[in-house]
Design a protein around this ligand. Structure first.
Ligand SMILES: C=C(OP(=O)(O)O)C(=O)O
Ligand SMILES: [Mg+2]
Length: 413
């Protein structure tokens, strides 16, 4: 009943003004699904390959669409995703592009829900989903690869862990963003916004810690529940391998290089001490990518030290990849995984990573990318898999698209 009749592709714009892939899937009985690929800036070395948009679209038209049209059923997500894999034939979607793959995978899911008449989260997660909602982690200050001349740490994230509802949590994060803006202007720090809508002031990380700490305390008092904060350090971007000092982003070895965050240079042991100290000092709820993407051992050491106090999350470390996650679980590296469907290319692969994580006591954090569209699939995915957290910004239309969808799902569930 949901047999796919046609698959169409077009280039559209993402929030950075770059071109990205939009896919549309139409079923024989008129079901329609449309989805668009997001795009990262601080991408992990081991992510599936994003091809230039025209190339990805041409490859998808030639190889993916013919494997789906008249052959696969949109409601059979595993079948659709297996066909996309077969059309590509590589380990990392380097032939058709993870951007066209993920757009197709998500569009098929939406076409199925259109026919089935069920919300996307229910189609993906089943009849018993829709009761639990993720805590939204929302970045309020940032820099790194997301803004020039701003903080060295990529993201300072509000974490409204005590919120009684997803709506209150979303509103609290917006309030933290607003309060941070006020505190910055009281200090005379005019700030632009980075790629994800967070303030991008030209200040040291130490000043950002003071400001965000004060802002979350103020908002916790105002809202009457616990609001903490966390970080995405995106440390692979700041790691310089010992064999290639001076050239940033070397990814060939780990452990004996240096972390260069602004003017501060740290060895791996010092970086672990520094992060553990931050967790204690600021009662951090969350620390993503505190170490290089190859350093399972460093992640394990840090997790051993602070894993009972905070979430230690692997983004570039795991890249939503079950093989890399399996290695991490064996090593005791991290206790949570960031899940970005475009890092791995299909919804089925993303769900596999989430299920492996959950079975092993790792929390899944479903995440946006710095380059986004109005697509709301990740809001539904987070509810469908019972993810305890979602990271999808705080303000800006492409971010509020997901946050407002979460509020709607909660209202209608
Ligand atoms: C969302 C992130 O940024 P990007 O999409 O640039 O990888 C991240 O690093 O978690
Ligand atoms: Mg990250």
């Amino acid at each position: 009943m949901t047999r796919i009749e046609s698959v169409r592709y077009r280039p559209i714009l993402d929030s950075r003004g770059n071109k990205t892939v939009e896919a549309e899937v139409v079923t024989e009985d008129g079901g329609f699904g449309r989805a668009a690929a997001p795009s990262g800036a601080s991408t992990g070395e081991y992510e599936a390959v994003e091809l230039p948009v025209e190339e990805a679209i041409a490859a998808a038209r030639e190889h993916v669409a013919p494997r789906l049209e008249g052959r696969e059923f949109a409601a059979d997500q595993r079948g659709v995703d297996a066909a996309i894999h077969a059309a590509d034939g590589t380990e990392n979607f380097s032939d058709v592009g993870a951007n066209s793959a993920v757009a197709t995978s998500m569009a098929a899911a939406k076409a199925a829900t259109d026919v089935l008449g069920a919300p996307l989260y229910q189609h993906l997660g089943g009849a018993f989903r829709g009761r639990n909602f993720p805590v939204p982690l929302g970045n309020v200050v940032g820099g790194g690869e997301h803004a020039a001349d701003a903080t060295a740490i990529q993201e300072f994230l509000a974490a409204p862990v005590g919120a009684p509802s997803v709506r209150q949590a979303v509103f609290a994060n917006a309030a933290v963003h607003e309060r941070v803006g006020e505190l910055l202007s009281e200090r005379g720090e005019a700030a632009a916004k980075g790629d994800e809508g967070a303030w991008a002031p030209s200040i040291e990380d130490a000043a950002a810690f003071e400001i965000v700490d004060e802002a979350v305390d103020d908002v916790a008092d105002e809202f009457g529940f616990d609001v903490r904060f966390g970080l995405d350090m995106a440390a692979a971007e700041c790691y310089e391998d010992s064999e290639e000092q001076g050239s940033s982003n070397s990814r060939t070895s780990s452990g004996d290089g240096e972390y260069v965050f602004g003017d501060e240079v740290r060895s791996t042991a010092e970086q672990i001490d520094y992060v553990a100290g931050l967790v204690d000092e600021y009662d951090l709820a969350y620390v993503e990518d505190p170490l290089d993407e190859n350093d399972y051992e460093g992640f394990a050491d840090l997790t051993e030290r602070v894993g009972d106090q905070t979430l230690v999350c692997g983004d570039d470390l795991f890249v939503t990849n079950v093989e890399r996650l399996r290695d991490g679980i064996a090593a005791g590296a991290a206790n949570s995984i960031l899940v970005k469907p475009n890092q791995i290319g299909t919804l089925s692969d993303a769900v596999d990573a989430i299920e492996l994580a959950t079975r092993n006591g790792y929390d899944a954090v479903v995440s946006h990318r710095s380059g986004e569209t109005e697509d709301t699939t990740i809001a539904h995915l987070a509810v469908a898999v019972d993810a305890p957290f979602i990271k999808t910004g705080t303000v800006g239309g492409e971010r509020t698209a997901k946050l407002n969808e979460l509020i709607r799902i909660a209202d209608e569930a």
